[in-house]
Design a protein around this ligand. Structure first.
Ligand code: SF4
Length: 424
């Protein structure tokens, strides 16, 4: 792993580079789908789907509601409003939705209250884990049969959950397993939150491996990354409600906003909106290419908002929140890993000031024989070295989860998953 250089101190914007320099030497592999056909619009461009198809709504749940609405709901169910607070604590801090465990609630009406506020949302269909058990991928079935996944990972000093925000995805990226089937529907805020609650239950039961035997501490998910299925900013309102529930100290899970990473392929107006929220989450832009020519093909939403617009919005996020932005960059052999692209990326980031951004290259999962495969280690090293040398803190991320197809761009329901879901 490359050592990240500290950011330099000057915040003064540098002159903007004009265009990409000519590429010397290395071959240029162009993005193309393998084994499936990208849906195209009338002009032959990859289809982008922003609106969620109309489907039956998931049942309304406590985590979809504001604290005031929860009180109203308890009253509608014929109980005093303060009972809503008790249920809230059971579900969001003790991770239970079992009425039998809520002994501080009167027995009469307890079942009805719990059924009204905590309807079941996720059915576990399948679980895959790594040898050491420190990474678990869950496949969940939603009320309408839609399938989503989350991945739980133990790292030294933290436990991270990668959550899904949509069933499927409408952004149609040609390298991405999730995007192939298009967008099934937006997930509700409670369906997003329930992934965290369910993961915390698994941790509490001691089912996540890798814990040191001497460690007696009570554990829970400490970090959340919105890098599972879906484009979170295409489901903005529900994702923000979920983030509020996760971070609310009085009526929610009390998590640190800094430990929550909202990632996007570059929906510029939504990035600006996110910056104006009073919740300093960590913001990550999945850039994957510094030049429009390649990014138009690699990330179809680039046809709507170009590299410079996405970077300006990311810089705006930093200015508004003071939170350093992450640039995610999957390193793909001979496609986007050229030294000149590292230099162009560094130029574009430095042109917007210093100390505001961190780059996380992640080698794509090795896929022998595919055009979508990991860069050579020497190429990865050189890419990282050039960015660091230009004063951009850059750290190669690990590819945890690759052995169970739990890494970014790999979350997709397979035929096996669908068969298991229909049997469950
Ligand atoms: S890479 Fe992300 S934005 Fe692109 S299709 Fe996949 S899930 Fe959607």
């Amino acid at each position: 792993m490359a050592r990240a250089l500290p950011p330099t101190s000057s915040g003064a914007p540098q002159p903007r580079p004009a265009t990409a320099p000519a590429a010397p030497g290395a071959p240029q592999v162009r993005p193309a789908t393998e084994g499936w056909q990208q849906k195209k619009d009338a002009e032959g461009r990859p289809l982008l789907q922003f609106a969620s198809p109309k489907r039956g709504k998931p049942p309304e749940h406590l985590a979809d509601l504001t604290p005031e609405q929860r009180i109203e709901k308890a009253k509608e169910l014929g109980l005093p409003g303060f009972r809503a607070g008790q249920i809230e604590r059971h579900y969001l801090t003790r991770w239970t939705s079992d009425p039998a465990e809520m002994t501080d609630l009167p027995a009469s009406g307890r079942e009805e209250l719990v059924a009204g506020l905590l309807p079941p949302l996720l059915t576990e269909v399948r679980r895959l884990d790594t040898d050491k058990g420190d990474t678990i991928k869950f496949l969940w079935k939603l009320h309408d049969g839609a399938l989503v996944e989350s991945v739980l990972m133990r790292y030294p000093g933290r436990i991270t959950l990668c959550v899904s925000s949509q069933a499927g995805c409408g952004m149609n990226c040609p390298f991405c397993a999730t995007g192939q089937a298009g967008l099934t529907r937006n997930m509700s805020a409670a369906e997003i939150v329930d992934q965290v609650v369910r993961a915390n239950q698994v941790i509490a039961r001691g089912e996540l491996g890798g814990k040191r035997s001497t460690d007696q501490s009570l554990e829970r998910v400490s970090n959340i990354v919105f890098m599972g299925m879906g484009e979170p900013l295409a489901n903005y309102a529900r994702v923000m409600q979920a983030v509020r529930v996760m971070t609310d100290k009085k009526h929610g899970m009390g998590m640190s906003a800094r430990g929550i990473t909202v990632s996007t392929v570059g929906l510029v107006p939504a990035i600006t909106k996110l910056a104006a929220e009073d919740i300093p989450v960590t913001f990550a832009l999945s850039l994957h290419a510094p030049d429009d020519e390649l990014r138009d093909e690699l990330i179809p939403v680039n046809s709507r908002w170009k590299v410079d617009e996405a970077l300006d919005a990311a810089r705006g996020y930093f200015e508004r929140t003071g939170r350093r932005v992450s640039i995610e960059y999957a390193l793909i052999k001979d496609m986007n890993d050229h030294p000149w692209r590292a230099d162009l990326l560094a130029q574009k980031l430095n042109a917007r000031g210093r100390g505001w951004v961190h780059v996380n290259p992640i080698p794509l999962n090795p896929t022998p024989g595919s055009i979508w495969t990991a860069s050579e280690p020497g190429v990865q090293y050189e890419f990282v070295r050039r960015l660091n040398a230009a004063g951009i803190p850059t750290t190669l991320r690990d590819t945890r989860g690759t052995e169970i197809d739990g890494a970014c761009g790999q979350l997709v329901a397979t035929e096996d998953d669908r068969a298991a879901a229909s049997a469950s």
